[in-house]
Design a protein around this ligand. Structure first.
Ligand code: WTA
Length: 676
């Protein structure tokens, strides 16, 4: 059956609940004077007419073993191949090529949560040594080769990028699962990707607690085995300095401490494998409209060219910069803008363990001061939290940001202004970058040395990215009229995902079918990309993102599929039906509220509500925990039996439920309202 995402029209109320974008803020002259990109003609060079040839400029930021022959192969549209015929290695581009000039420069600063532990500063030389040794281990001890998949379930650590770079040195496809996800979530990704090796870490610190992470590997392997996927080896890194570690025992013959096995490979070197530009580099699973997360497959040459260029022109990274992106490497932001983009540019990238506001509200500003961070990248959720607990804290620290980023969710103008005036001290340029796991890199953002900032608006399409707002009939919504619609991208770009791992049909159905002009066409102009967000374009071409139009809830910038959450609740024996809705939250943007009805013969109880919460944590992870579990007598339903989530959302948010008389069971709405 066609799995077309169900589009809910963006209501006037949804638009009204959003702010209007505000006035322009120009960047400072000091910023512009040093910016990597100040040439306004870039927008002409990357016009729609010049796609795809314009992207040659981006590919030229990389070192190729063999230059490509064809910039874009559309013969299997909309599965595109970029830079066809080229041979390249991502590990070489992020490590080896910097040795000549930057051997002794710090590549990675790892900041442990415990302030009594010292920061680890890994130079490019050391990174090269460690990547080579680990690649030798992966090749020899695990027998891995190009095209194999390996699942990583690692917390924030220097070993995580080392692992990624060692794998891509061999052409092995990595699939990193967010460390906060449960063993069960990890298992689903192991099975889908067909990984025979799992790489993890014994433990990590978060909010003052040492978390046993190894235990999740045991759960993941057990579950994957049940689903028919054999995991032959589990490699366990020991957390930085190995002093504090998990108690979960190792399984003989299956689990190995990396540090023990690695001794045999000290001093070993592995030549990077010359990979075709279009070979997959990694999979990143993300939530969509069904319960099953999809593995977004990113290619090597196209992806790397796109994240390198956008890191240079949007993040304004110069080799002498100290760059800190606070995202987790388990998300796409971390892949593109902690690991691949910054390292391809020979920057120093900061990786930190823990959370922004522990042990106190000054932690981020202290790290920035101590490491000399001058480019800072975070999400609205973190900005809101830091503003709430320590509004005056940044002023106490002596750091100097030239540039700041916000990503992941819409940012309210008041929050933007605090970020600008208090965190950036009125000096830093801000970019609000809108993009997705699928898109590999930024879609809309200002170029900070060229365009003025506008609080509440992401900015225009990036050079070479041509957004268009379409209505449900596929007609263009003209800009400047304040009307919302479905934001699509008219053209392919090198950073976009190649397909959904093992499911080309789903890829086409979900992202292209809706506005496809001709399903047999090999011309990219016939395949606009549906992003799944609603947006408004102002007459200056700046885009304001309103949020998702499909069944995805964005909690603290983390994507959770409503179907995934509901399937997790349905694991509880007593539950008959489940429906999840987003509720506004001061810090997180939104939180999920879980409505459940019980099978006959069961009585509502706190016990059951607790079981549901536990199921959400076990099946997905703590980020999936509901604000509240409502055990309702029945779900409000249409006469055709469809659950009316809109009504539940109104009850949760305390807004008007509207007309309920057309429902099959309007009395249920009254009963649920009384529970609020
Ligand atoms: C939302 C994260 C408003 C959007 C990079 C998108 C944003 C989803 C912004 C992708 C932004 C991301 N302003 N909304 N600057 N950035 N989003 O795949 O709804 O985790 O579709 O990628 O986050 O989330 P994902």
């Amino acid at each position: 059956m066609a799995e077309k995402p169900e589009m809910t029209e963006v209501s006037e109320a949804q638009i009204a609940s959003h702010w209007k974008e505000e006035d322009y803020y120009p960047p400072t002259l000091k910023f512009v004077a040093q910016a990597n990109m100040t040439d306004e003609t870039i927008y002409d060079r990357f016009s729609l007419e010049n796609v795809p040839d314009c992207f040659k400029e981006y590919a030229d930021l990389l070192d190729w073993y063999k230059y490509w022959d064809e910039i874009l192969d559309t013969s299997d549209a909309p599965c595109y191949k970029w830079f066809k015929g080229g041979l390249i290695n991502a590990s070489y581009n992020c490590v080896d090529r910097h040795l000549a000039k930057n051997r002794n420069k710090t590549a990675i600063h790892f900041v442990p949560e415990l302030e009594e532990e010292r920061v680890d500063h890994v130079t490019y030389q050391e990174l090269w040594v460690r990547v080579n040794e680990f690649a030798a281990l992966l090749q020899d001890f695990c027998g891995l080769k190009a095209g194999d998949r390996v699942t990583l379930h690692m917390p924030m650590s220097a070993e995580l990028p080392i692992t990624m770079l060692a794998l891509c040195r061999l052409g092995v496809i990595h699939s990193q699962v967010f460390g906060g996800f449960s063993g069960k979530s990890c298992a689903d990704r192991i099975v889908d990707s067909g990984s025979e090796v799992l790489i993890t870490m014994d433990a990590y610190y978060r909010g003052g607690k040492l978390l046993d992470h190894k235990i999740k590997a045991d759960e993941a392997v057990e579950e994957a085995t049940k689903q028919g996927q054999k995991v032959k080896k589990v490699l366990v890194w020991q957390r930085y300095n190995g002093k504090y570690s998990a108690e979960t025992p190792m399984v003989e013959g299956r689990d190995f401490f990396v540090n023990d096995v690695l001794k045999k490979y000290y001093g070993k070197r592995v030549e990077p494998v010359k990979m075709p530009a279009e070979a997959p580099l990694f999979l990143m699973y993300t939530s969509g409209t069904t319960g099953k997360p999809k593995g977004c497959q990113h290619g090597t040459g196209g992806y790397l060219a796109y994240v390198t260029a956008t890191s240079k022109y949007v993040q304004d990274i110069h080799p002498e910069d100290v760059y800190w992106c606070m995202a987790d490497i388990g998300w796409i932001t971390g892949h593109s803008y902690i690991v691949y983009g910054p390292l391809a540019l020979a920057a120093s990238t900061v990786i930190y363990e823990g959370i922004p506001n522990y042990p106190d509200a000054g932690r981020c500003w202290r790290i920035a001061q101590d490491l000399g961070v001058n480019i800072f990248h975070t999400a609205p959720t973190a900005i809101r939290a830091l503003r709430k607990i320590g509004p005056d804290e940044p002023a106490k620290y002596n750091y100097d940001f030239k540039h700041m980023t916000t990503v992941g969710e819409p940012i309210e103008p008041e929050v933007w202004k605090w970020y600008y005036h208090v965190v950036g001290k009125g000096k830093a340029a801000i970019v609000d970058t809108w993009w997705q796991t699928e898109t590999g890199g930024f879609l809309c953002s200002t170029l900070p040395g060229i365009k003025a900032m506008k609080p509440g608006s992401a900015g225009p399409g990036m050079p070479g990215i041509h957004p268009i707002i379409l209505d449900d009939e596929g007609k263009e919504v003209p800009s400047g009229e304040g009307k919302a619609g479905n934001i699509c991208i008219q053209n392919p770009w090198p950073g976009m995902f190649q397909t959904i791992w093992g499911d080309r049909d789903r890829f086409v159905r979900q992202y292209f079918e809706r506005y496809c002009k001709n399903p047999n066409s090999k011309d990219w102009r016939d395949w606009p990309y549906l992003t799944g967000d609603a947006a408004i374009m102002a007459d200056d071409g700046y885009v304001r993102i309103l949020g998702r139009i499909d069944d995805v809830i964005n909690v603290s910038g983390h994507r959770l599929g409503t179907k995934e959450l509901e399937s997790a609740a349905l694991v509880v024996e007593e539950i008959a039906e489940a429906a999840v809705v987003p509720v506004k939250h001061e810090i997180k943007g939104v939180e999920p509220d879980m409505y459940v009805s019980l099978k006959p013969g069961y009585e509502a109880s706190d016990e059951i509500a607790k079981k549901v919460q536990k199921a959400l944590i076990n099946e997905i992870g703590p980020i999936a925990k509901a604000r509240k579990v409502w055990i309702v007598p029945d779900m409000p339903k249409t006469r055709s039996g469809k659950i009316m989530r809109r009504i539940l959302a109104a009850i949760s948010n305390g807004t008007d439920v509207g007309d309920t008389m057309t429902l099959a069971n309007p009395e249920v709405v009254e009963a649920i309202k009384k529970m609020a």
